[in-house]
Design a protein. Structure first.
Length: 276
């Protein structure tokens, strides 16, 4: 277990190496964009220059967060496969299944850590806005008062909203983990097939094999989503309890399936290479 913790820690450090730089770029970039765009519409929100600046800052930073999430997710996926392929990492005295699980879990924790730091930045911006704007403090007080009245009279509705939100977050977590596993599956299977074709090599053949595998995976996911109507998870939490549980169950099965297959392929058909 100590080896697993040490490996997890090292993989986490590897994946967070450029995280703070990305957060700094987000922070400075959102302030710069807000500053230059607010010079020409200081009263577009019918408020003071400061109110306009803070509203746009929060809006721009929220937009940047969306794009940076996808970009950082792609970076993590690339680092995942780089670690799987690295002979140096594979020399760790731990079995392949725990090695792979550590790699996946460290990626997931890295993404959660990244989003938490972004939320901390949003909280800092919001706190500054709250402190310097009397109007915001008044609006927050009124909102909290109305929310307290709503909570006392519609507790059941709030519980229902919380329940649906929790289900949605669970589905997104399972979907993100499934994406990691599918990318590894694509990498492992393409390399395993190439190993069985000793007289065929080259990036062109490898690309064709990967396209075929991607098509098969996409076909499988489309068939599954058509059965459980997975597209409903993106329609504003308009999913009934049975559909939600079915989606979670299917995603759990798919995650477990690809995890087992990936570990098997990694142990028997996937060899790490030495980086030159």
């Amino acid at each position: 277990m100590s080896i697993f913790k040490s490996l997890f820690s090292q993989q986490f450090k590897q994946k967070t190496k450029n995280l703070y730089l990305i957060l700094l770029i987000e922070f400075i970039g959102s302030i710069a964009i807000t500053f230059f765009s607010s010079r020409y519409d200081a009263y577009s929100y019918n408020g003071s220059v400061l109110d306009t600046f803070m509203i746009k800052l929060l809006s721009i930073y929220g937009t940047i967060m969306i794009f940076s999430t996808f970009a950082f997710y792609i970076i993590i996926c690339f680092i995942n496969e780089k670690i799987n392929l690295s002979q140096t990492w594979r020399l760790t005295p731990i079995n392949d299944s725990l090695f792979y699980i550590s790699n996946i879990l460290s990626s997931f924790v890295t993404m959660v850590y990244f989003k938490l730091l972004e939320l901390v930045t949003v909280a800092i911006f919001s706190g500054i806005y709250y402190v310097i704007s009397p109007q915001v403090r008044t609006n927050v007080a009124v909102t909290l008062n109305e929310l307290n009245k709503y909570t006392n009279s519609r507790l059941g509705d709030l519980y229902n909203i919380f329940d649906k939100t929790l289900i949605f977050i669970t589905i997104m977590i399972l979907f993100a983990l499934l994406t990691y596993l599918i990318i590894s599956f694509l990498n492992f299977t393409s390399r395993a097939i190439m190993n069985f074709l000793p007289y065929v090599s080259g990036r062109g053949v490898s690309s064709i094999i990967r396209l075929v595998i991607i098509w098969l995976i996409a076909w499988l996911l489309v068939k599954i989503s058509s059965l459980i109507k997975m597209n409903n998870i993106f329609s504003g939490f308009m999913v009934d309890d049975k559909s939600s549980l079915l989606i979670i169950l299917v995603l759990l099965i798919l995650n477990l399936f690809f995890l087992i297959v990936n570990v098997f392929l990694m142990q028997h058909y996937f060899e790490a290479i030495e980086k030159k």
